[in-house]
Write a protein that binds this ligand. Structure first.
Ligand code: 5GP
Length: 195
């Protein structure tokens, strides 16, 4: 997705060899018009999958997921990082370890919103080691639903997440892939090089 690649190159701030800050358009400020085109890009990649629900994780996954839901005309559920104090027995839960925050969080989704008839598309902002995505995959499995794929806005191709998920046979689509953050520079991966 060309406009996304331009934003990463011009607005992304390399914080270290492995972390990029993209607060101007993804993790803090959201440009709704741009985000709508992100949603449309996901929708076209999963147009034939018969998606019935989109699952994401609060908070940065919500904007791209809602825009994809708008395009596909399906509901969007965001997994919560804190359990509510009530209705615990009525939740699907999974543990997610965050390498950036160095802590584990339980994520949870009410059993009311995903069931065995659903064809689920997982959407997230950034794919790094794949822990967040795997937590959401576990929730889809607990629901007995069918996982149709995982769409991420930015994949960090030099980390393990994409490989882990694809090795499990999951249809992963990333709208832009970062090949490296070495020497303070963002190097994007060409589409040809991904395959
Ligand atoms: P994973 O579970 O795949 O290791 O990491 C996924 C989550 O960690 C993303 O949803 C994102 O919130 C956060 N994350 C991982 N790497 C980066 C990064 O380089 N920059 C930012 N801003 N967030 C990241």
């Amino acid at each position: 997705m060309e406009s996304l690649k331009q934003k990463i190159l011009t607005e992304g701030k390399v914080l270290s060899e492995s972390v990029i800050k993209v607060d101007t358009f993804l993790n803090h400020q959201v440009d709704p018009v741009f985000m709508q085109s992100v949603g449309e890009a996901f929708a076209s990649r999963y147009a034939e999958s018969g998606i019935t629900k989109i699952l994401t994780l609060e908070s940065s996954g919500i904007a791209p997921a809602v825009m994809a839901g708008l395009s596909l005309q399906v509901p969007v559920i965001f997994a919560r990082k804190r359990k509510s104090l009530t209705l615990n027995e009525h939740l699907y839960t999974a543990e997610v370890y965050s390498y950036t925050k160095k802590e584990s969080n339980d994520i949870s989704v009410s059993k009311d919103y995903i069931n065995h008839n659903d064809l689920v598309l997982i959407i997230d902002d950034i794919l790094a080691n794949g822990q967040a995505a795997l937590g959401m995959v576990e929730i889809v499995e607990q629901a007995g639903a069918t996982l149709e794929g995982i769409g991420v806005v930015i994949e960090k191709g030099f980390q393990e997440g994409g490989k882990t998920l694809r090795e499990r046979g999951i249809h992963v689509e990333s709208l832009a892939t970062i090949a490296s953050l070495s020497d303070g520079h963002v190097t994007l991966q060409n589409k040809e090089a991904i395959v």
